[in-house]
Design a binder for this molecule. Structure first.
Ligand SMILES: [Zn+2]
Length: 114
């Protein structure tokens, strides 16, 4: 009876190896550090509202030249927009860096032509 158990176990191992081989042939395993993953549950509604500097000690007035990136390296800005028909139809040119609070000028399509 023991030989029957060994035969059955060998059969199961062979089937398992074949299935794992088939799985690895069609899929890719990726090992990622959990700390590198930004989890959606951390994106609570208040987090977007907290995208502003804690203080304005390092802020500057950089208005005048349209820019996509603040001098601190941040490319996220707070500015006021007007929506119509589910699209942004107008935005104010004064914007504030979300990281350091510096004031900057928003770029426009006209600036791209220049
Ligand atoms: Zn900045």
């Amino acid at each position: 009876m023991t030989w029957l158990y060994y035969s059955f176990a060998t059969l199961l191992v062979l089937i398992g190896v074949k299935e794992i081989s088939s799985f690895l042939k069609n899929n890719m395993l990726v090992v990622v550090n959990k700390e590198d993953i930004i989890r959606e549950d951390n994106m609570d509604p208040e987090s977007i509202l907290s995208l502003k500097p804690d203080n304005y000690d390092n802020s500057m007035d950089l208005r005048g030249t349209p820019t996509h990136v603040c001098v601190c390296g941040c490319n996220v800005f707070n500015l006021k927009v007007i929506f119509n028909d589910f699209e942004i139809v107008q935005y104010f040119l004064d914007m504030e860096c979300a990281s350091c609070g510096s004031l900057a000028t928003a770029p426009t399509p006209v600036d791209k032509e220049i």
